[in-house]
Design a protein around this ligand. Sequence first.
Ligand code: SF4
Length: 125
Amino acid sequence: MMNEMICFLCPNSCLLETVAEGTEIKVSGNLCTKGQEFAQKELTDPERVLTTTVRVRNRRELLSVRSDRPVKKAELSELVQKLKSFEVDLPIQIGQVLISGMGLNKVSIIATSDGDSKLNTKFAQ
Ligand code: SF4
């Protein structure tokens, strides 16, 4: 079966065509060898860096956060749901580890804002 996907590892954004032949995956359209690895990973064990927000205790703003490493794509929604019940207390430093050992990949959730920048906040619902 043939699939198409876009490699997002660099700005070239190669359109990859993949064909599964037994356990092997043939890839074409890639300008470099990373495209082969990317397609293999996407088709067998896709992962993404989790980016979301968490609540700040006693404030309306939300704090933007991300995982320090990719998480399994299949568990992204579950982890985002878990983070909805999590609250932090300010002050927070950018890069501060807020939670460790989340998900199958045991990632850390780190702050990507300090909670005080108007650019990095939005209102909680
Ligand atoms: S295949 Fe290589 S050149 Fe193409 S987008 Fe991926 S990393 Fe970039």
